[in-house]
Ligand binder design. Structure first.
Ligand code: 13P
Ligand code: SF4
Length: 342
């Protein structure tokens, strides 16, 4: 009798373990951790595709948004690539999956289009990190001053500036400007990187920074290198000096992706927002990508979801816009960037 009870108990336990494994596997499939997207995501993606065709809308997405959002985008890239695309699109509606300065840039570069933002609260803190007085003081001090603003800035800040740049074209543009004195706003880290590459210029900086990249710690990158000595270090120029000093390559998100994809190497330590992992792994399935332990996650970029994209496509709410007083001057800085980056 005792033997029979023990056998029955063992059998029940085994069944429970099998059940648990089945449930866990099902939850991985459903929860996006195993195959990349859940059934629910797939349904929303289908709805988005249908509505997009009906309305002749186009979806642009930055590499930092969630994988399932990158998956349904018509164009995905870094800020420079997306600006170039936005300037030449024919579609009447653009859904811009990114933060607010990107939507504003979309409006300025494509003024006759409806630019929809899935989440209007998605904003880049660095885009506000310079005061008008700082620009005015520099203008009053240097006669030949050129004000160069990172595209990660509000339309208002762009309207105080002479030319915009992105991390992909900043060095080229600053190098070719005729002016000796350059005020670079708002990112002190990208500005420092540019100053290093263009030592013949007097590049002045302000105190703006990206909180996500600034928080990528040199100690964590060093530790990754200790554990993976064969890995090369690829970082974004928004990182602090101690981190860029350790890098084998410094470049925009597209630059990082391209560098890894064109190399024979297989292991990489990545110093930028974790959203790039999706494209890196898609293009290089046999490579290993290591990110810092304190994961660099931009919570603003992650506000963009499939549900919100579907909502704005249905309702055409959340239209991006730029104040009339600043639009003309701000547009000039972006047009100039596109011209000088050719
Ligand atoms: P890039 O798109 O130029 O690589 O810049 C990254 C970024 O911080 C965008 O917010
Ligand atoms: Fe701004 Fe940094 Fe987020 Fe890019 S990653 S949007 S620079 S806060």
């Amino acid at each position: 009798m005792r033997l029979a009870v023990e056998k029955a108990t063992k059998c029940i336990c085994r069944c429970l373990v099998i059940c648990e494994i089945v449930c866990y596997t099902a939850s991985l499939l459903k929860e996006d951790r195993f195959c990349g997207r859940s059934e629910e995501d797939m349904t929303i993606q289908e709805e988005i595709k249908k509505l997009k065709e009906e309305k002749q809308a186009v979806i642009l997405a930055h590499y930092y948004v969630k994988p399932e959002v990158q998956e349904i985008a018509d164009y995905i890239g870094d800020s420079f690539y997306l600006s170039k695309i936005a300037a030449k699109l024919e579609n009447p509606i653009i859904v811009y999956c990114g933060v607010s300065f990107m939507g504003e840039s979309g409006c300025l570069l494509s003024p006759d289009k409806k630019v929809l933002m899935p989440d209007k609260a998605a904003d880049c803190p660095m885009a506000h990190m310079v005061l008008k007085e700082e620009v005015e003081t520099a203008r009053n001090t240097y006669e030949d001053l050129v004000v160069v603003c990172y595209i990660n800035s509000t339309a208002e800040i762009k309207s105080w500036s002479d030319v915009s740049v992105t991390s992909a074209n900043a060095v080229k543009i600053v190098k070719n400007l005729p002016n000796k004195n350059v005020l670079f706003i708002p990112d002190k880290n990208l500005g420092r990187f540019v100053a290093e590459q263009v030592p013949e210029k007097n590049v002045m900086l302000v105190k703006g920074y990206c909180p996500i990249h600034e928080n990528i710690l040199a100690d964590e990158i060093r530790e990754l290198k200790r554990v993976h000595p064969d890995a090369e270090i690829l970082v974004h120029p928004e990182c602090c000096e101690e981190v860029t000093a350790m890098a084998d390559y410094i470049g925009s998100t597209s630059g990082i992706i391209q560098y890894a994809s064109e190399s024979e190497k297989k292991e990489w330590i990545i110093g930028t927002e974790t959203g790039v992992r999706y494209e890196l792994e898609k293009r290089n399935p046999d490579n290993q990508f290591y990110f810092p332990k304190t994961e660099p996650i931009c919570k603003d970029m992650k506000l963009i979801t499939l549900e919100k994209i579907l909502y704005v496509l249905k309702t055409e709410e959340n239209q991006a816009g730029v104040a009339v007083e600043t639009a003309e001057a701000a547009k000039k800085t972006l047009d100039k960037m596109l011209e000088l980056a050719k």
